[in-house]
Design a protein around this ligand. Sequence first.
Ligand SMILES: Cc1cc2nc3c(=O)[nH]c(=O)nc-3n(C[C@H](O)[C@H](O)[C@H](O)COP(=O)(O)OP(=O)(O)OC[C@H]3O[C@@H](n4cnc5c(N)ncnc54)[C@H](O)[C@@H]3O)c2cc1C
Ligand code: FES
Ligand code: FES
Length: 1270
Amino acid sequence: MEAKHIHFFLHDEEYTVNVADITPTTTLLQYLREFEHLKGTKYMCLEGGCGSCIVAVTAKHPITQRKITFAVNSCLVSIYSCEGWQIHTVDGIGNKQIGYHPVQKVLADFNGTQCGFCSPGMVMNMYALYKSNSDLTMKQVENSFGGNMCRCTGYRPILTAFKSLCKDADREVLGTYPDIEDLDKCDRRSCQKKCRSTKCTMKPISSKILRSSGLDIKWFKVYSINEIFDVLQENRDASYQLVAGNTARGVYPGSYMRSDVCIDITSVKNLLNDAVLSVGFTIGANKTLNDTIEVFRRTSKTEGFSYFTKLADHIELVAHVPVRNIGTVAGNLSIKHEHNEFPSDIFLILETVAAKLTIVNNKNKEEQLSLLNYLTYDMNRKIIKSVTLPKFDKSYKYQSYKIMPRAQNAHAIVNAGFLLKLDSNNVVQSARIVYGGINPSFVHAGKTEKYLIGKSVFENTTLQGALKALDEDILPDDVLPQPSPEFRKKLAISLFYKFILSIAPDSKLSPENKSGGLQLQRPLSKGVQDYQTNESLYPLTQPIPKLEALGQVSGEVEYISDMSSFDEIHAAFVTAKAPANSVITKVDPSKALEQNGVLAFFEAKDIPGLNTFIPSNANFPVTYFPRDMRVVPEELFCSGTVKYYFQPVGIIVAATQELADEAVDLVNITYSSGQHKPFLTIRQILTANATDRIIEEASISATHQGQDIKHILRGKYDTTWQYHYHMETQICYVVPKEDSLDIYPGTQWMDIIQTAVAGILNISENKINVQVKRVGGSYGAKITRNALISCAAALAAYKLQRPVKMRMSFSANMNVIGKRFPSATNYEVGLNDKCEIQYLNSSIYFDYGAGGNDVAVMQAMGTFYSSYKYDTWNVSGNNTRTDNHSGVWARAPGNNNMLAMIESIMEHIAAELNKPPLEIRLANIENKDLLRFIDELRQWSDYDNRLKTIEEFNKSNRWMKKGLSLIPMTYPFEYIQTLSSTVAICAGDGSVMVSHGGIEIGQGINTKVAQVCAFTLGIPLNLISVKASNNFTSANNFTTGTSLTSESVCYATLRACNVLLSRMKPIKEKMNNPTWEELVKECQNEYVDLTATHMFSPNDPPKKYNVYGVCATEVEVDILTGTYQVNRVDLLEDTGDSMNPYIDIGQVEGAFIMGLGFWKTETIIYDDEGQLLTNRTWNYKIPGALDIPVNFRVKFPRNNPNPNGVLHSKATAEPALCLSVSIPIAVRHAVTSARASANPTAPSWYPICGPSDVENTFINSLNDFKQYKL
Ligand SMILES: Cc1cc2nc3c(=O)[nH]c(=O)nc-3n(C[C@H](O)[C@H](O)[C@H](O)COP(=O)(O)OP(=O)(O)OC[C@H]3O[C@@H](n4cnc5c(N)ncnc54)[C@H](O)[C@@H]3O)c2cc1C
Ligand code: FES
Ligand code: FES
């Protein structure tokens, strides 16, 4: 039977899509955005890794026929899979017309949005949970957001918001946000349309259906196994793919959905059934992972299957809820079959318990295979029908482990499954030891399995023998970006030890080793937000959510990717895939240009003006470049010699972004190798003494040296890169106009777009109209770097005279754009016996890569020394030029490195002098403000008592250790920007429009501006509307950055309002107590100019000030795995009188969690040619919802106005990020205790370079299996 249409419901409307118009490779996401122009659903990674594209689906369960609602990643689902579905998107569940859904409303009210780009995905994930379970618990909610990434908020307010909808919602956990009672359970106003809840139709059709498409891909929907084989028989010579959840494309993009024939098997009941058999339990191979969890939990109550609980626990660590909702067991096993290196968790657990697969071939012949045999079995035209798991009595001991870089949604670094059958004397009868993540062919630790048979397992001699056998069995491969083979081997061995500890009877264990058998337990997270407001100033100081929040949670606000015009075309960078210093000898785009839909290729020689996106006339503030540094021209397109791996060489312009992204790989570039090997790290430059690559940028010199020198210590400390991970990747949309270009860039700095595009095109700046409404996350990446994308898009638009949108893919964005500066320091410190520093000599180096315009050393150096007495310090701050992409400003740029450096030095001193680190710090601080805040935090966090408790805990536990740190911070701020605000009062009704030169990047600048405007004019907040920023009303403005923009723009707004008030004053005096509207009308009648502008500059009264902060962080480390959790954070930040505590708390929490990612989960790996290897969500992991502190307490000191700032406030966006260095320092505290047990003579100080990720933490703990004892 041939069907010409696909039917589904979108919201409540029935849709019929003609298959001739759409191909099976079209995703649901593309359909929603490009065919239906529903732009509420966002996207970033297109591989199931970020969650921004999540939508909810209601469909009949193929077995139970019950209607269920579940979340899916719309970027993974083929539109052809949507037959019979009812699809709910963020645009449909609530909006300003029909009222907002409670899920949307709570997210807005609890201040759960910042840039808002993740918000639609968050809402829809929660919507699906909410719809599927009316008895949701807070724990379920908290565990269900592993697939939703948010870079701005730090998750705490999002989780708090959604937990408020749970049956067990608890005031203590929810903190100080709105009363739950105030949030209507359903706030939707009367909907025009009647909800037709029975709309989901899954027609039970019993014969296969063919749907063809223009691309000659045939799509069959089948209902039985026989039909699968019929299709395969009819299409004997065609390549084929079975389509279940279709999620494998997220793991290996490019490997799936490329076949001639797709067979949709989701309705084949024989692949979904489960049954208890005499020999065991059978589940259908295409059961979804979440259904499998459910079945395992249910069946675990049946005798012989209690171990299913552990299988279910393990599967909950696979991917995340939306992938598990549709991804299947057989799909997962097939990935492992096709890509043996894939560390499949499903394969691991099933092989450990000796499950059997039932394979069917086209003759309907069934065969049972072990999973091991399946790996090498020819699966061509065969299907996995079911999996049979055995029964185990109590003599079987089963456990599995998965060690990941973050708590959820990450593949295993190493996973392990253990199954022992013991007799009544604990002698091993049989053993299965399975590992993933070792090498592609490794499955069983065969020697160890053999060794164990017949041995009494709870004996130290047996244990050591087994560990030794494992040492021989496990031979990890060395393939970047995987963690080192040394670590993976040791980890695999220690997991076996952990297993033995976990099953050994107490009588066999020494008490201090017991903790080794445990796993970190994460309670429900909670937080405290402690701040003061002044009601007499409201709306100033009032804690209100962002003005745009409801628009963000409903997908109504527009981002640049949501803009479109009927004739737009798209562009993508062609990049150099060669190490720096290679020379391009030929660029041949002909193959790419032959592709249908590819329109043009432009390279350096096509640029009419200057080939640089950072022109020499860029309006950096005069105080900006230190010493004799100058603007460094950075090429738009490589003009010959490659400056860094993945440098753009040109752009392909095509009809769609997808086509452009694909065609770039068809441009053939040939190179001759460079004369010099690239310098890729600061240490390489220092070792080679390449002084021409080092520039001293700033320094401080000692006024004298202390004479009481009793101790001298020397050391070094290095930090690495961090990717910004803005959810909206770099983007620009350019529309040619009659005499100019309208440019909509995702930038933090409009002015540089104007000067750079004018320079590239060789036209005057007044022909460039720049407008920015909002940016979907930036964190510094879009200050100078967006000019690269904007210039490229503008070139294409100018040349082709068509609107051009250029949006970088996640991988291209990571490859091409630079990251947080790596840094290095060498130091020497002299001290007296009272721990007072007598002198400190330090050379600091930052890696600016091939750039040099995002400078940070001079601006950030104050964070290195300002907390301490530094009159005996000589500090030289240098930048180095490696052959990497440019170092780029990233939230708290440089300050983060500087604080980490000095606090690491303090830790070094404490370790060498064997003193508590806080004593060292206090001996060298004299700033009274900082001392006061340290005291306050010490008390608020109960630091001293907790420290004692932790020392006791560490004494009695060998393998679980805790650490507690207390870090002070001084973060100097100085105004360097020019930023304007224009305020216009509408005479008709007295409402007010504001347009300012800052950019709304999620930090809530518009909300603060509106609050200041309303406060100054003395009118209600709802009269204020903040418009898009543009380069006409805010000409010559500097960037949004350095955290000071909100304040500067608020000041400009205040001044503009004051101008208006003074113009209105004489009119008001002539009137009798007029209302605002009457006054405005009268002013208009008297020809008063009701528009005023002020440009803030460093000449205005606000002057520089310090932000102080103190943070106590407690961690708990599992020494045997290197994983750890942050149990509690007490963070005090001096914010002056916060203009809006909701927004400022959000900034502080979000910044801290970005820092947490830097130290804990985000490991960046390059190869030795400088090619980035971690450029996917699959291998670059920012923290998720379960990585944040279990108890996150934030306090703004009371009665603490800032005399130097704007309206007594202080900046908040960046400083808290630096305080996250308290995490690796707390980890060091824990690890130091483990090191002391491992080797009492080990040096007390050890440098930690790079992040305290799982590998570093494990290796630094001196894990050695020879020490593993019962
Ligand atoms: C973001 C993300 C994170 C992930 N994290 C993890 C993780 O931590 N651990 C882990 O183990 N996995 C992980 N996965 C993998 C995930 O489990 C698989 O993508 C999923 O199980 C595949 O199932 P599917 O139904 O979507 O397969 P599909 O994509 O539909 O199909 C994949 C392959 O399986 C074949 N196939 C499907 N059914 C059968 C059958 N019955 N017989 C023969 N061949 C069949 C198809 O022909 C196709 O080749 C992750 C995936 C994503 C996208
Ligand atoms: S865009 Fe779909 S998960 Fe990232
Ligand atoms: S608000 Fe979540 S990514 Fe910006």
